[in-house]
Design a protein around this ligand. Sequence first.
Ligand code: PLP
Length: 217
Amino acid sequence: MSIAENIHKIKSKIPENVTLVAVTKTKPVELIKEAYKAGHKIFGENKVQEMMDKKDLLPGDIQWHLIGHLQSNKVKFIAPFVSLIHSIDSLKLLKEVDKQAEKNKRIIKVLLQVHIAKEETKFGFSMEEIAELVQSEEFKSLKHIKVAGLMGMATFTENEAIVRSEFSSLKALFEQIKALMPEGFKEVSMGMSGDYKIAIEEGSTMVRVGSALFGSR
Ligand SMILES: *Cc1c(COP(=O)(O)O)cnc(C)c1O
C-alpha cells in the first residue's frame, strides 16, 4: 500500500476528534513528502537534530511534534518552530522551554509526560507528582508555556488488560488535573501503532502512529 493509502486507512479508524501524529523518526524526507501530499501535516519526531534536519527540507506549514526525551540544552534549537512538545518530564525542562519560548516571543504548547508503564526505563513524572507540580508557585509563574494535556506510554506487552488499565488510569488522572487547570488543558496523548485502538477506547485525543503508517523501523 502507498503512504497515502495508509494515512487514509488509519484516519478512517480513528474518530475525527482524535488527532493523528504521524511518527516519522528514522524515515526519509521523501516519505514525509508523500504523507504531506496526501494532506497530512502533523508529524512527530523523537530527536531534535533529526527534526531540525527534516524541517529545513519540508514545507513550512508542517506542525512538528517532539515526542521523545528532550534534553534541556537542546530546547533552544526547536523553540523557534516546534508546535507541541509531548515529552516534558521535569520542572527543569519546563522552565527551559518557558525561557526559550520567551526569547522567541512565543507561547509553546507542551504535554506533561506521565510514567504509566510498569517498565523502569520510561521517562516521565509519576502520577502523584503531576498534581503537586501544577499547583506549585514555580509552575504557575511560567508564562510562555501552555500546558495542553498529558502524554503516556503503556507497557510494551501483548497483555491487553495491562495496556488498557494503564491508559484508563492516565485518562482518570487527566480528568483530575483538568479540574485544576485553566482552559486549553484538553489533550491525552496516548496510543501507538500497536495499541492506538485501545487508547482511543480509553479516551485518547491524540495518537502517535509510526510503523503502521510507514512500515517497521
Ligand atoms: C516511536 C514512537 C511512537 C510510534 O511508535 P510506533 O510503534 O512505530 O507507532 C510513538 N510515541 C513515541 C514516544 C515514540 O518514540
